[in-house]
Design a binder for this molecule. Structure first.
Ligand code: NOJ
Ligand code: CA
Length: 533
């Protein structure tokens, strides 16, 4: 067991809820917290035991809520703090953990701290953000301390550092090595920087006290500026981790860092493989590299590109942390964009039988499509097409809301093949039913989850299929996946596997045992999961 790792994490199967698009309980056209509570039974029936909700706090929503104006208050469009408290309570009854999104690095320009900080007259908040000495001095320099600044925004004679969009001013966690000639670059132990750190810890405490089980931390690596090796940023997160270990040992921190090897040093319990950063190419090679994706039916992909990187990271961090494997998220195109519906099932079967922690992005379990060419909503730009309302049933607004069509957050997909939960629940061969089945398998058999060994049996450079074994002392599972349109034949030699004990799922896989070998043929776009003797 990993040190100080809450026991529940090892069996966690996460579901990511984008609150504005999940379910609209009061029919004003926008998803809300009571809507999440109303759908807990659905999540439970699917087998999800943890959720992460994108930011649901007060915000002008220029970046869909990643621009917070009050860290302590649920955005009125989503409900009240009491609604969130109730969600925590109801979820707990159903053994579902609820994690929130912590935007630790920046706020909205509407945040009262920033409004104070922008004032010319020095005050308590002047240094809560990073401002250059005057309106003509930018943060750009030749050295490592170069930062993005916004000019001409406020009456204060200076430019402020922004983290992402211009309206997301960076909170002041200081500079790792302040330039002595620039007195506005504060050291990390400056009193005002320490005050900002305390604010963040208070926010964390507030929601954990209310019943949250942890946080997904937005841009977790972004805090201290000029922090080339992240040492100072790591130090801050370690302090947070110490606080959590001491006072909230059942809660966790999940980083949007994308570099498990580093984030593990910062004390994060989970970090993702996702579409950017050091492991971005490996992640994208699964489902988001057009016809070169491994899960694309053209069969031109390369699974070793992903596996080599993933397995190396996995072994580096496994004593201390888990790697989150998302089906998608609100920042990238849905997998059902580059790869066809049929192959979504294969990709999800893979994610759900890997030793990382699966994160299902809402709607991926029914194969929702990325909707191209939508007008940008709340700073989403081309991310908009991945943020459309959940499809609960056919008909008006696909069951997302009873509001008038023109009032809903984003349009639903009314195309004839648009999936929905209700129809798929009735069909045992639907994507939803298969996902549910694999989740059950994973829950009933620890060897399919984070605890089992992972051994590739056939995973070769630019070849198909992919065959691997998940095992522990008691059980062995063989998983064979062929995303390509072409039939495949492979021979596994000297595997010690004697025969199939139980076929759990099989959509076109044939196994023949002779002496010490197994011949496996897989129809195009098929897979199988077998318990073996
Ligand atoms: C990462 C979030 O996932 C993304 O949606 C947001 O726009 C940026 N961070 C800025 O907070
Ligand atoms: Ca609503």
């Amino acid at each position: 067991m990993k040190s100080n790792m809450p026991e529940w994490v090892k069996d966690a199967i996460f579901y990511q809820v984008y609150p504005q698009s999940f379910y609209d309980a009061n029919n004003d056209g926008i998803g809300d917290i009571p809507g999440i509570t109303a759908k807990l039974d659905y999540l439970k029936s699917m087998g999800f035991n943890a959720i992460w909700i994108n930011p649901c706090f007060e915000s002008p929503f220029q970046d869909a809520g990643y621009d917070i104006s009050d860290f302590y208050k649920v955005a009125p469009r989503y409900g009240t703090n009491d609604n969130l408290r109730e969600l925590f309570r109801e979820a707990k009854k159903k053994h579902i953990r609820v994690c929130l999104d912590l935007v630790a690095g920046h706020t909205s320009v509407e945040h009262p701290w920033f409004k104070q900080s922008s004032k010319p007259k020095p005050n308590q908040y002047s240094n809560y953000y990073i401002w250059t000495d005057n309106a003509w001095e930018s943060g750009v320099s030749q050295d490592k301390n170069s930062v993005n600044t916004v000019s001409g925004f406020a009456e204060r004679n200076g430019n402020f550092v922004s983290n992402f969009f211009y309206f997301q001013p960076a909170l002041n966690y200081g500079f790792a090595k302040p330039d002595p000639k620039k007195s506005w670059q504060l050291p990390v132990d400056h009193e005002d920087v320490k005050a900002v750190r305390e604010e963040m810890k208070n926010i964390i405490r507030f929601w954990l006290n209310m019943g949250a089980s942890g946080f997904r931390v937005d841009m977790a690596s972004s805090l201290v500026k000029g922090d080339t090796h992240f040492d100072a940023t790591i130090n801050f997160w370690r302090e947070v981790r110490e606080m959590i270990d001491a006072d909230y040992p059942e809660t966790i921190l999940i980083s949007e860092w994308g570099d498990p090897e580093i984030s593990v040093q910062a004390g994060f319990h989970i970090d993702f493989f996702l579409h950017f950063g050091k492991h971005g190419d490996a992640y994208l090679s699964l489902c988001r590299k057009g016809d070169l994706s491994f899960f694309h039916p053209d069969g031109k992909g390369d699974i070793t590109y992903f596996l080599d990187d993933f397995i190396r990271q996995f072994h580096k961090v496994k004593e201390f942390a888990y790697i989150g494997l998302p089906s998608g998220n609100h920042d990238m195109k849905r997998m059902h964009s580059d790869i066809p519906y049929k192959n979504v099932e294969l990709a999800l079967a893979f994610i759900l039988t890997m030793p990382g922690i699966p994160f299902m992005y809402y709607g991926d379990e029914i194969g929702m499509k990325y909707i191209p060419h939508l007008l940008s909503k709340e700073g989403a730009y081309d991310r908009t097409g991945s943020r459309t309302p959940m499809h609960w049933e056919a008909g008006k607004n696909m069951g997302f809301s009873k509001a008038r069509e023109k009032d809903i957050y984003l349009p639903v997909d009314y195309s004839r093949d648009a999936p929905n939960v209700k129809t798929q629940e009735k069909n045992p061969d639907s994507l939803l039913s298969r996902v549910k089945k694999i989740i059950q398998l994973r829950k009933n058999h620890p060897s399919l989850g984070t605890q089992g060994q992972f051994s590739p049996l056939f995973a070769e450079y630019k070849k198909y299929p992919l065959i691997y074994l998940r095992s522990d002392r008691d059980e062995k599972f063989l998983i064979a996946i062929n995303p390509s349109r072409q039939k495949t034949e492979s021979t596994l030699r000297f595997t010690k596997l004697k025969k199939i004990a139980e076929t759990l799922i099989n959509t076109g896989c044939h196994l023949k045992f002779d002496k010490k070998n197994i011949r496996i043929s897989l129809d195009g776009q098929s897979y199988g999961i077998f318990r073996m003797d």
